[in-house]
Design a protein around this ligand. Structure first.
Ligand code: ASP
Length: 407
């Protein structure tokens, strides 16, 4: 009973520590927790489609006038794009400064020949990217969990309901009800988050351990360092500029960060992110329900940063000198690809292949970083979710909301 009274973020931290210890102690036997871990992730994923649809639609209906949609949408997009670009810049600066790929060629190159993990990945085409935002079959998009088409459709439905007003009130009421139901179920899942985080962590550590291969250590340090700078400096700057305390915000959003860390999926984390924003940070449902689902898909600062650093690292190992134009292409592509990438585990790996192809680097270079991708995925997903949540808070403040819990 006393456990209930411990604050949520303390419970989560305890869960992470216990999970790591449990994983170390049990080793592969930690897989006894696998069914529970699976159940937690499946419960989160089960929420994604109905939650994104109902919350985006109601987010737009509740705006009142569509003029506000333009304003809030524009603010959110400016935030999303500028933070992602900054993340890429931070990554580029650090990887160019520390050059983790220089000097380790001898250790790294032989292994790369054994790899053929990613074969399906296609070339990136701007035209296709835009065309595919429009679903040609809504049900198929939902079944496959394709987020951009779902978001596109939800925005159309929201805008139509907004304009139709009373004439479609029956349907609006239904979606509103659906949204309330989804938020309530999210609260239940959130209450289970400490247990979910514990089992996921134990299974992860028990299975793979935290072994980071030595030749890759500098690469890992550069990626993590760049992510820390982005989270601690760049995003703090955004928060401070709207008078939000980064420390209190971090604490309030911790359940979402821990869920992101252990699931490696920003989409699966969405129910927890929304719940934390509304009930712990105090952001209105109006802003949360519009900005957060959009952000979970569109803004992935961690992924953009990771993919650009990885591509440059691979170039360094293979001894390619990248020209300014190539670096520019990598930066633009990593930003755009992070927008189109899905918030699921290892999505960033596919993006790296696209980047390598774009500037004619050897695609098998991806093999160099496979060993540490799983662990870095956990960290970049945290940054993805943190950036998304920051966006909601910044927009809320710009809309004049008073967020006492974090100011
Ligand atoms: N796992 C990341 C996410 O869900 C995406 C990635 O692989 O970078 O946000």
């Amino acid at each position: 009973m006393t456990l209930i009274r411990i604050k949520m973020h303390t419970q989560i931290l305890i869960a992470i520590v216990l999970g790591v210890l449990g994983g170390i102690l049990l080793g592969p036997m930690a897989s006894v927790f696998s069914p529970a871990a699976d159940m937690f992730v499946r419960a989160l994923r089960m929420m994604i489609v109905p939650l994104v649809f109902s919350s985006l639609v109601m987010g737009i209906v509740n705006l009142g006038s569509l003029k506000r949609l333009e304003k809030m949408g524009a603010r959110a997009l400016v935030y999303f794009v500028s933070t992602t670009v900054l993340a890429v810049v931070v990554g580029l600066v650090l990887v160019s400064l520390f050059r983790p790929g220089i000097g380790s060629q001898g250790n790294l190159l032989p292994r790369s020949t054994q790899v053929d993990v990613i074969h399906q990945s296609d070339r990136f085409s701007m035209g296709d990217f835009f065309a595919q935002i429009v679903p040609d079959n809504l049900v198929e998009a939902m079944v496959k969990g394709e987020m951009l088409p779902l978001i596109f459709f939800s925005i159309l439905v929201g805008a139509a309901l907004n304009l139709l007003g009373k004439r479609a009130s029956g349907f609006t009421l239904f979606v509103d009800g659906l949204n309330e139901v989804m938020m309530r179920i999210s609260q239940w899942i959130m209450a289970l988050a400490p247990i979910g985080v514990f089992v996921l962590m134990a299974v992860m550590v028990g299975h793979t351990g935290f072994v980071v291969l030595k030749p890759l250590a500098l690469f890992v340090v550069v990626v993590m360092g760049a992510m820390a700078v982005h989270l601690g400096v760049t995003l703090s700057f955004f928060l401070l500029s709207v008078k939000v305390s980064p420390r209190r915000f971090f604490e309030a959003i911790l359940p979402a960060l821990a869920t992101a860390f252990t699931t490696s999926s920003s989409l699966a984390t969405l129910p927890v992110t929304m719940d934390s924003l509304e009930r712990r940070v105090g952001v209105s449902g109006r802003v949360t329900s519009f900005v957060t689902p959009l952000g979970a898909t569109v803004t992935m600062d961690g992924t953009a940063l990771y993919t650009v650093v990885s591509a440059v690292f691979i170039a360094q190992v293979y001894g390619f000198d990248l020209s300014f134009v190539q670096l520019f292409i990598l930066s633009v592509l990593s930003t755009v690809c992070s927008i189109s990438a899905a918030g699921v585990p290892s999505a960033g790996l596919v993006t790296i292949v696209i980047l390598l192809r774009a500037v004619n680097l050897p695609v098998e270079g991806i093999g160099l970083i496979l060993a540490v991708d799983r662990i870095l995925d956990m960290f970049r997903t945290v940054l993805n979710v943190y950036g998304d949540a920051c966006g909601a808070v910044v927009v809320a403040r710009l809309e004049g909301e008073v967020l006492e819990a974090v100011s």
